[in-house]
Design a protein around this ligand. Sequence first.
Ligand code: IMP
Length: 429
Amino acid sequence: MPNVVIVGAQWGDEGKGKVVDLFTEFADVVVRFQGGNNAGHTLVVDGDTTILHLIPSGILHQGKTTVIGNGVVIDPLVLVEEMDLLARKGLEVEGGRMVVSRKAHVIMPWHKRLDLLRERRRAKAAIGTTGRGIGPTYEDKAARQGIRVEELVQPDIFRARVESRLDEVNDVLRGLGGDSFTVDEVVKPYAAAAERLRPLAADAALLLHERIVDGANILFEGAQGTQLDLDHGTYPYVTSSNTVAGNAAIGAGIGPTVIDEVVGISKAYTTRVGAGPFPTEIFGHDGEALREAGSEYGATTGRPRRCGWFDVPVLRYAARANGLTGVALTKLDVLTGLEKVPICTAYRLDGEIIQRFPDDQASLQRVEPVYETMPGWSGSIRTARSYADLPVQARNYVERIEELGGVQVVLVSVGPGRDDTIVRSNPFG
Ligand code: IMP
């Protein structure tokens, strides 16, 4: 029974939600293993749009178990809000359909405030975080002073932990020019959410282990993308967790040997929100045209995304860093109507042509993309349901990416709906 990890191969927003949703049909359990509500998955099912930030998108399928793993950071208010949103759509989260790891760390109100204060202080060097408190929560985890779900759901212990943290927290907040918190200001708003989450809190790693032993198919749902990985991304313009496939094991509490397949999701072009290097970025009219064609605005913050052409060194890097066994190419339809479609095949660095994505900031700032152009296609491809339905130019584009990237394109997405998809090879067999 295959266990499959799905990760972003670029800077996030590759359309992972849709692909995860699609493959969930073949999975028994869907697990999130890192990140928090900095992520945003837009799912369109039968014309109905649902945006989820925290709950695994597998929840939209009846009969599947969803797990929020220990590696995730949780804003209890957001989690409960999503539970309510789903309930209004007739999807019950309670009653065994979702498990939250007791070891997952809680995003506290001061983490959100700190996130914003630090960004303000960074001024021109701001990372462009989502402001959701993600970084400060992971900092506290690494500093061994974080508050976990286990503590959140026990009111007395939670209050004591808040009391013990607030002295230092308030010093830091005031030092950064921010307002301090009282204990009640922190504890009261979280109390009702904690009540709701108590029945969901469990030993998620044990549950996963038992399901794996039983032969269940597990789908590990990554958030953000490889280039936003804390170690392997474009540091410091990254998120505060490891987004690569290796972290699926750590963030879910299972051994790496249970992972069979790793699928990277990549747009048929490239986007990035927030600051930081982006070699194939398109400025001016063409960039704006691509943004409009692809509705490239953040699902979490609504910010316009920076747009660029397909970047092969980025794909090759993702293939290596994640051990990709396949890539899903999304939003191919957005490129329809372009006379010529550029692909960045390599970079020029100090007069030399290089194939690799540089691992140092200094080189990354100097690389210039080297393009080849492929003939475009016209006429909608939205209704294509088999690979052969695609115009030959679109197939050539896909196959060129496959050839240059050295990884098989297992899926092509031609529209936002669940059905607007061509599956060439299913990782679940
Ligand atoms: P943080 O994760 O909020 O700390 O933000 C750090 C960087 O990661 C910023 O550039 C964000 O725009 C980016 N980021 C975080 N989550 C996502 C995501 O889900 N998609 C795209 N970019 C993200």
